[in-house]
Design a protein around this ligand. Structure first.
Ligand code: ADP
Ligand code: ZN
Ligand code: ZN
Length: 816
């Protein structure tokens, strides 16, 4: 008897076992895809995880339907990594598979309904049944007809699907076995019979009465003499001016021969590679130190101030690894993956650079996957956001995690809730590869690991070109308000500096943190503010569209004229967002161009690119933006950075708020004065004596680290303790409350005082689901494995209680 254990892309606790024949068993390898039946009528694409001879005891194993590959699409190291992620982050292998494989690899047997990502849908305009289906697509990448039957609890669902199709909200894909289709390009060449000069002359003579066809042949000659490359049909059409029907008749006559070449959708069109830069003394020293550190440590932290030239140091390390014929993974926060950096690396390494980005299409991602899998020259260096840790690397020599402090390396939803930086360290271990973490503002976690001698540590304290660090000035806006020196949200100091900077022809960045401080409408008479009907939050006012929006569930309504509670028409605008700063800047500086960069203005595939490019090319003088602006962008001409209000970041209810504020403000400051002139930064605050702001203004990372670590020790927070957050969700408040109390009590039997909660989070209801959080703190000496086993055991007992079965539980390990 022959069996295989198969991972299927749904969250099942255990792998399912299927029966195979002897010859199938001989043929199959771990990591190949098979189509397997599941439940009454479903078919899934599964990944072979284990090949064995043990029949399952609990059920009769079914036969597989089909083997889909000749070669594994997932290699052994990847399967090991999947297993590690599933164990460490407490999720299923099915969850990992969903996140790891490009969708195009996951075949479906029936009609597939997917969300139309190209279109932004106003969810408030959807009918209830439409919303339910659309909402389900936020959580699942695709739905089958019978899934929708289940969701809506009725059989005739086609009308709903049709309505959603009319609104362009969804796309329906018919039964497609292999979704990925390589892109083929048509080429032509002269038929081999005309290669002899005599026969060619004959041909041209014959064609003298068909001058257009003759022209095509002549063009073909001149183009191929010039480029010495195969000729695309489209190029030939363009060059000769002939119609494609003329080319077709030449093909029909057998004069031209048509052929196809598979090309990549993502292509590098540059020419020669540029030599890498010569490092200055500080960079050179850092490079040598990194190499020495790598002799002892697998992971090394590079703490280099903003604009110290870290990227050029990475480039030298990459060169070395490429010479050994090994692969490089260069991880970046999604937003920092801009053409700026891609071009910079392509100039050095040409087509060896492959980019892996969530904004790329599924087809483009499959191409990168296949290049990496075959260890092709085209993907020696993968530049990618967090999900690129899932690519099928064969032999990694180096992983660079740039801006390693960035929160966006952590996936919050859905599972696997992994942290790409930490996973990269594990991945590197599997490949016997090195990891370089780089940042101007390292996470406390990484700095702590360096201090504890777990990581190597290297510093660069000077900016490239010896440009001074920007001059940071704190502006007390309480004082300015008192003295009536504020115009809107701009202090007299900020206006002065802006005026001067603009007069010098230099650019300005204004930073307004979005989180927790968007404009909210408040009634002057009774103090009521409009609330989201689905979540416990106030709605945010969007001036441009005259709408009120919920940032948690997407609810939208038109701006109200009167208070819903007392009817008063005196409504006030509390708090301020990027939109309002943009408006005010335009009023203050009507002769200058103001741009804005935030979630609203950067939608679409090239959303960021457009704004970044127009700022780079100095079409925009003043750029107003959110944290997006802080992600390692290298602008040449920015002299002034204004932080509109530092306080709302500092007051955010999270134990990492101070660390994050330090990182954000220092990073945004780092955009100023990167070329030759010293930059200037103005930070407006009600609280200029706040320790974090003092540490920011003196660029005192170590001071920040020490003070924050004291808190982390005192309150048992990471990185001193590990922690796991358990979130319970249900639409019935009482049910979630009872369930959370039961779970917390049971957890206390194991973990005593290291269990906190249950607590309602600051926003206790989102999308009509009430939330409760329980936090488990894990001392360093306590076994993580045993802790997790205990949690999983309790989780199982929890779900054996009938009343709790409908409660949803989310486990979040490390909880960044
Ligand atoms: P960081 O990543 O540390 O913020 P970058 O690598 O972006 O800094 O470098 C800042 C600027 O200095 C870039 O424009 C870069 O091209 C330039 N630069 C850095 N090192 C060198 C070098 N060795 N030679 C020439 N230019 C350099
Ligand atoms: Zn009112
Ligand atoms: Zn809401």
């Amino acid at each position: 008897m022959y069996f295989i254990d198969v991972i299927i892309p749904i969250p099942l606790k255990r792998l399912f076992t299927y029966r195979v024949t002897k010859s199938e068993s001989d043929f199959l390898k771990r990591g190949m895809r098979v189509a397997v039946p599941f439940g009454k009528s479903k078919v899934y694409t599964g990944i072979v995880f284990k090949i064995h001879n043990d029949a399952p005891t609990a059920y009769e194993a079914k036969d597989i339907q089909q083997i889909l590959d000749n070669q594994p699409v997932v290699n052994e190291k990847q399967l090991d990594l999947w297993q590690w992620i599933s164990d460490y982050y407490l999720c299923t292998l099915g969850d990992v598979m969903r996140a790891a494989l490009p969708n195009a690899f996951i075949l479906e047997s029936e009609t597939n309904i997917i969300k139309n990502k190209e279109k932004t849908i106003d969810e408030s305009e959807l009918k209830d049944d439409e919303f339910l289906v659309y909402d389900a697509l936020h959580h699942q990448s695709s739905l089958k007809i019978h899934d929708i039957v289940n969701i809506l609890d009725k059989n005739n669902v086609l009308s709903v699907i049709n309505r959603l199709l009319d609104k362009d909200a969804i796309i329906v894909e018919e039964e497609i076995y292999e979704k990925y289709k390589p892109k083929l390009v048509r080429y032509v060449k002269l038929n081999a019979t005309y290669s002899a000069e005599a026969s060619l002359h004959q041909l041209l003579n014959d064609l003298s009465r068909a001058p257009k066809q003759r022209d095509v042949i002549m063009t073909l000659f001149s183009v191929s003499a010039k480029t010495k490359k195969p000729i695309k049909v489209t190029d030939l059409v363009a060059e000769s001016g002939a119609s494609s029907s003329i080319i077709k008749s030449l093909i029909d006559k057998g004069v031209l021969e048509e052929y196809h070449i598979q090309t990549d959708r993502v292509q590098y069109s540059g020419e020669e590679n540029e030599a890498t830069k010569t490092l200055n003394a500080y960079q050179e020293k850092a490079l040598v130190e990194i190499k020495i550190a790598f002799k002892t440590f697998n992971t090394t932290l590079l703490h280099g101030v903003t604009s110290s030239g870290k990227t050029e140091v990475y480039v030298k390390l990459i060169e070395d690894v490429l010479k050994q014929g090994r692969q490089v993974l260069y991880l970046l926060p999604e937003i920092a993956l801009t053409t700026q950096l891609i071009t910079r690396l392509q100039n050095y390494f040409g087509e060896k650079v492959a980019v892996f980005h969530s904004k790329y299409s599924s087809h483009e991602r499959v191409e990168v996957w296949n290049h990496v899998l075959s260890n092709s020259a085209k993907a020696q260096i993968v530049l990618g956001a967090r999900s690129s840790i899932f690519l099928p690397f064969k032999d990694l020599g180096l992983i660079i995690v740039d801006e390693e402090h960035e929160q966006s390396f952590k996936q919050f939803d859905p599972a696997p809730r992994y942290h790409a930086r930490d996973t990269a360290v594990v991945l590197a271990h599997m490949h016997k590869s090195k990891v370089l973490l780089g940042s101007a503002t390292p996470s406390l976690e990484s700095f702590f690991n360096a201090k504890q001698n777990k990581y190597g540590f290297v510093e660069i304290k000077q900016r490239y070109n010896n440009v001074l660090m920007p001059d940071i000035e704190l502006v007390d806006i309480k004082e300015k308000h008192k003295k009536k020196l504020m115009r809107g949200h701009f202090s007299d100091r900020l206006i002065e500096e802006m005026t001067e900077t603009l007069a010098e022809g230099q650019q300005i960045i204004l930073f307004q943190n979005r989180r927790g401080f968007s404009p909210i409408i408040e009634c002057n008479t009774c103090g009521h503010s409009p609330q989201c009907p689905n979540c416990d939050v106030s709605l945010t006012y969007h001036q441009y569209r005259k709408q009120l929006r919920c940032h948690y569930c997407g609810y939208v309504s038109v701006m109200i004229k009167n208070c819903a509670a007392c009817g008063s028409s005196e409504l006030d605008n509390k708090g301020f967002g990027t939109e309002q700063i943009e408006e005010e800047a335009k009023m203050l500086f009507p002769d200058h161009k103001v741009g804005r960069m935030d979630l609203d203005t950067t939608r679409g595939k090239y959303g960021y690119e457009k704004i970044i490019t127009s700022f780079e090319q100095q079409e925009v003088d003043i750029l107003v933006g959110t944290q997006m602006l802080t992600k390692g962008l290298d602008f040449r001409n920015v002299k002034l950075v204004g932080v509109m209000n530092a306080d709302n970041m500092l007051n955010f209810p999270d134990f990492r708020a101070h660390e994050r504020s330090f990182q954000l403000i220092l990073q945004v400051s780092g955009r100023a004065g990167r070329t030759d002139k010293r930059g200037k930064v103005l930070i407006q605050t009600y609280n200029p004596y706040h320790n974090i702001l003092q540490q920011v203004s003196t660029n005192n990372y170590v001071g920040m680290y020490k003070e924050q670590m004291d808190d982390r020790y005192n309150f048992k927070y990471p990185p001193v303790y590990k922690q796991i957050k358990i979130t319970l969700k249900h639409k019935d408040f009482n049910k979630v409350e009872v369930a959370a109390n039961w779970l917390a009590k049971s957890l206390r039997l194991f973990f005593k005082d290291n269990v906190l909660g249950p607590e309602s989070p600051p926003i206790a209801r989102i999308r009509n689901q009430f939330h409760k959080n329980i936090l488990i703190k894990i001392p360093k000496q306590q076994s993580l494995v045993k802790t997790k086993e205990a949690i999983i055991k309790l989780n199982n007992s929890f779900f054996s209680i009938k009343d709790f079965r409908s409660v949803k539980i989310i486990l979040n390990v490390d909880n960044f």
